[in-house]
Design a protein around this ligand. Structure first.
Ligand code: SUG
Length: 452
């Protein structure tokens, strides 16, 4: 039980990306078993977008500040032109498909929907210059994601007020030794006020050899560069290497094998390679600065095998501090439906709720079938921005009932029920899909959810 009466001074604003109308199964996620398994299957952009929107709306209904990023324009015509595809739109797309399905998938990608990969955010309270810092992830491990960084810098600027309190860096240089996948490989712990922060960066490639089956997506050099750029206190910053066995089992990001919230860290016993010394340093430092012990839950392979962790996405559950009517705060675990369906995960969730030493009070299961089929659970769909209470009142695109209705209306009316890669070559279908992000943005602007 965690119920307490003093609300944290720093609150976690959540930002979810609205799924785009060209959501499809391209099979491009490196080391991502679900994405590879569903390659070429028919998708439902409408269902994907409504599932994601309902998840974000549920979080908002709990009283957690919730914002959205709107989908960017597709297809990426400039990308096609840069690869030398010329001619009329239909000809360019057909030539791209003939050349490689990866190119067609890239120009229509909706993978920006996994906002946890949009970048790494550090709140002002953790940074030496007293400003918030955000570094968009360069995502250069894969074709379809490497173009997202520019779009996401734009989305952040659209959301946040033009304010000297935010420093938005350039993405790290686009070279393989600096590959970065953002908040999916970063965890922040804090004291109960939220002011004393502890930052954990998790990388797949360091001095020692990494995975053999799949290319690890985050490098140690990228993680250390971000911690320097953000001016994080080295004494409160920790670096852990992902266990190669985990990467080989389909754990392509740390948020598929570990999670954290305030003073709670939950990780699988095979999450990190020789991580114990760094974790002990973290525990000592946490207790020294906060006066209370870190609550670390280590999930054994016996309780949840790596295969079940990947199948259920238990670690990709969101942990939310939810204010309740009596003025208390409760910790709620928002799990993908797969955790209820997977026997080991379901038992683990029940045990955590029943455990009096675990601060999680409650669980909610949510269906995100379309995102999960591409390897994205509840936590992948959002980025957390810990800021001062009330600070986000001035941000754009806050998800309230009116914005939810507006977005659901556009999705219901315009998003396709079903989509296959070949449909993207149909000129009528293409013209329809191409108009949707603009219409959604214009509707949000008319209703004053976005600054002009
Ligand atoms: O990068 N899937 C994404 C899933 C990202 C999940 N995010 C976090 N774990 N935070 C990825 O692998 C699949 C796209 C496709 O195959 O069409 C994809 O990109």
């Amino acid at each position: 039980m965690s119920t307490r009466t003093v609300p944290p001074e720093i609150v976690e604003a959540n930002v979810d990306a609205i799924v785009g109308p060209t959501h499809h199964f391209g099979g491009l996620g490196i080391g991502n078993l679900a994405s590879q398994e569903h390659r070429g299957s028919r998708s439902s952009p409408k269902r994907a977008a409504l599932e994601g929107l309902r998840k974000a709306a549920w979080v908002a209904s709990c009283g957690v500040p919730q914002f959205v990023f709107l989908p960017p324009h597709r297809p990426r015509w400039q990308f096609l032109a840069r690869l030398g595809f010329q001619g009329k739109p239909a000809e360019q797309l057909a030539a791209a498909l003939e050349n490689s399905p990866e190119i067609l998938s890239t120009v229509f990608s909706s993978s920006f929907m996994w906002a946890a990969n949009c970048g790494t955010f550090s709140p002002a309270t953790d940074c030496s210059d007293g400003k918030h810092h955000f570094t968009p992830a360069n995502l250069i491990s894969s074709w379809h994601r490497a173009c997202e960084a520019e779009e996401r810098s734009h989305s952040m600027r659209q959301l946040l007020p033009a304010d000297s309190r935010f420093t938005i860096h350039d993405p790290l240089p686009a070279i393989m030794p600096l590959r970065d996948e953002g908040a999916a490989n970063h965890m922040r712990l804090s004291d109960c006020s939220g002011r004393i922060g502890f930052n954990i960066f998790v990388f797949g490639v360091g001095a020692t050899t990494g995975s053999t089956r799949f290319m690890p997506r985050q490098t140690h050099d990228a993680s250390t560069a971000i911690s320097r750029l953000h001016g994080l206190d080295p004494g409160n910053t920790f670096f852990l290497q992902q266990h190669p066995q985990a990467i080989d089992a389909g754990v392509f990001h740390n948020d598929v094998i570990a999670t954290s919230h305030e003073g709670l860290l939950i990780h699988h016993e095979t999450a990190f390679l020789e991580g114990e010394a760094e974790l002990v340093r973290l525990e000592r430092r946490f207790e020294e600065l906060t006066g209370v012990p870190l609550r670390r839950v280590v999930v054994s392979g016996e309780a949840l095998s790596l295969a079940d962790a990947v199948d259920s996405y238990f670690f990709n559950s969101q942990i939310l501090t939810v204010p309740s009517a009596d003025g208390h705060q409760r910790l709620v675990l928002l799990c993908p439906q797969q955790c209820a369906d997977n026997q080991s995960a379901s038992k683990l969730v029940s045990q955590l709720i029943a455990d009096p030493t675990c601060p999680i009070d409650d669980v909610k299961f949510i269906s995100l079938q379309q995102s999960m089929a591409n390897g994205g659970g509840p936590a992948c769909l959002r980025i957390r921005l810990p800021v001062e209470r009330g600070e986000c009142d001035r941000w754009a695109l806050r998800l309230d009932a009116a914005l939810e209705e507006l977005l659901a209306g556009v999705i219901e009316r315009l998003y396709p029920d079903s989509l296959e890669m070949r449909d993207l070559l149909d000129i009528d279908c293409l013209q329809h899909l191409e108009r949707i992000p603009g219409e959604m943005a214009a509707a949000a602007l008319r209703a004053n959810f976005v600054r002009p």
